[in-house]
Design a binder for this molecule. Structure first.
Ligand code: SF4
Ligand code: SF4
Length: 433
């Protein structure tokens, strides 16, 4: 029996049964516990930047549980046993599409305040798989996933373009940027946002690695760590992107993969990749913030003091959901003499509004700009002129809103300020193990 529904208004047909099957496939173990334990207290609303910025009750995080809960109840509740539990409908899916894509950055802030510890972000990620299977989801997000599979990167950074770009950056900045080294201890990956929009970050990472004497390389066989397959709910593309990095790492013999300034790239490789592949990764995954903190602990990162007043935006997937909150502070400690924490900060920092692929959704631009007002207020309260982040996706989101509001503050990158203050006069570091 066909499961596709064809609306009369000319909208493209969607596959409700495919979405239902995906949602039901995930309703086991902790997911069912999450779905059934919401006590409707509403505390998550005030924690979500989309609710905070709009005051629209639709943006209460708990509402994002409903499509999966309805599919589950239609199959497994006592009413279902007597045929009285309503099934998930096309209307349900269409009316909640924006809640699952445009207005959830999977930042995890709502979970911090939820008395039941409900992981809304994970439910949203699974729901995206269901909506994508039904044929829903922002076209630009889906196109970014397709480009990742077909060209190697969401922004069209092919292996050939990567090679050209690295050659140009190395010449222009007189820095050694190894590509496809036969043997290396560390495989460094890129985010295409950095490569295409903030190439100075690539140069900064190379300078830092070289300064510390790390035996590292980029690889043209697996370089893009931002995983738009994961963000778009397209697990087959997510798997392809991860496998490329696994193959590139095996080719070099590297034991460590370092993820650059991209939060979701880190979250996927560090915490989701092994589950997506169905096997453990044969290497450790470190965010560049963590890796540089390791180098500093080993005495291999020598920095000249920096006196500029600045504040730090904790990227959700690196701090709150990633665990590198303290490492960012450790890197700044003793080096940045006028570092000013914003409030709230660390694991409670507000999201930039562009995570979870929301940055790539053109139709979400207005709500992103509204969310950025929260960040502007936070930064202005510190009195600092400069806002630093360790995520190029946050940086791009904030740069676009900065332009939208003609906000006069500077926005920069953690690796770039570190690289700008390297003390190369000190004794060269020993080569990495
Ligand atoms: S994960 Fe973040 S964006 Fe999504 S509902 Fe929770 S607080 Fe809002
Ligand atoms: S805070 Fe948790 S329990 Fe309360 S409404 Fe939100 S999801 Fe439900």
């Amino acid at each position: 029996m066909s499961t596709m529904t064809s609306p009369a208004d000319g909208a493209k047909p969607i596959d409700v049964a495919a979405a239902t099957a995906k949602l039901l496939g995930a309703t086991s173990g902790n997911m069912v516990t999450y779905l059934q334990s919401c006590v409707h207290c509403g505390q998550c609303a005030a924690a979500c930047h989309f609710y905070q910025a709009t005051k629209d009750p639709r943006h209460t995080p708990a509402l994002k549980l409903r499509p999966m809960l309805k599919a589950h109840r239609a199959k497994s509740s006592p009413l279902a046993w007597i045929g009285l539990a309503p099934a998930l409908t096309e209307r349900d899916l269409r009316e909640t599409e924006d809640l699952i894509f445009d207005t959830c950055t999977m930042c995890g802030r709502c979970t911090q305040v939820c008395p039941m510890g409900i992981d809304v972000a994970s439910i949203v990620q699974i729901s995206r798989q269901a909506y994508a299977a039904a044929g829903l989801g922002p076209s630009d997000l889906m196109a970014a996933a397709d480009a990742s599979r077909d060209k190697g990167s969401p922004l069209g950074l092919t292996p050939e373009k990567l090679e050209e770009r690295i050659e140009w950056l190395a010449d222009e900045n007189e820095v050694d940027i190894p590509l496809d080294k036969a043997k290396a201890d560390v495989l460094l990956t890129v985010s295409s946002i950095e490569t295409m929009k903030y190439p100075s970050s690539i140069v900064a990472m190379a300078k830092l690695m070289n300064h510390a004497g790390v035996n590292w390389t980029f690889s043209s066989k697996g370089y893009e760590s931002t995983n738009f397959g994961y963000l778009a709910g397209n697990t087959s593309v997510a798997r392809v992107m991860i496998e490329r990095i696994v193959a590139a790492t095996a080719a070099t013999g590297a034991k460590t993969v370092v993820i650059p300034e991209c939060g979701h790239a880190f979250g996927v490789m560090r915490y989701a990749a092994a589950n997506i592949l169905g096997r453990p990764l044969p290497f450790e995954v470190r965010h560049i913030t963590e890796y540089l903190a390791d180098l500093k602990r080993q005495g291999r990162l020598r920095l000249k003091p920096m006196a500029d007043a600045f504040t730090y935006h904790d990227p959700c997937q690196i701090s709150r959901r990633g665990g590198a909150t303290a490492d960012a502070r450790y890197l700044l400690d003793g080096f940045a003499t006028d570092f000013r924490e914003m409030s709230p900060t660390g694991n409670f920092n507000w999201c930039c509004g562009g995570g979870g692929g929301v940055q790539a959704m053109g139709r979400a631009a207005d709500v992103r700009h509204k969310v950025f007002k929260i960040k502007m207020d936070q930064v202005e309260a510190t009195g600092a002129n400069t806002l630093i982040s360790a995520c190029s996706n946050c940086r791009l989101t904030m740069d676009e809103s900065k332009a939208h509001y003609h906000w006069p503050h500077e926005i920069g990158s953690l690796v770039e300020i570190l690289a700008d203050h390297l003390d190369d006069t000190a004794r060269p570091a020993a080569a990495a193990e």
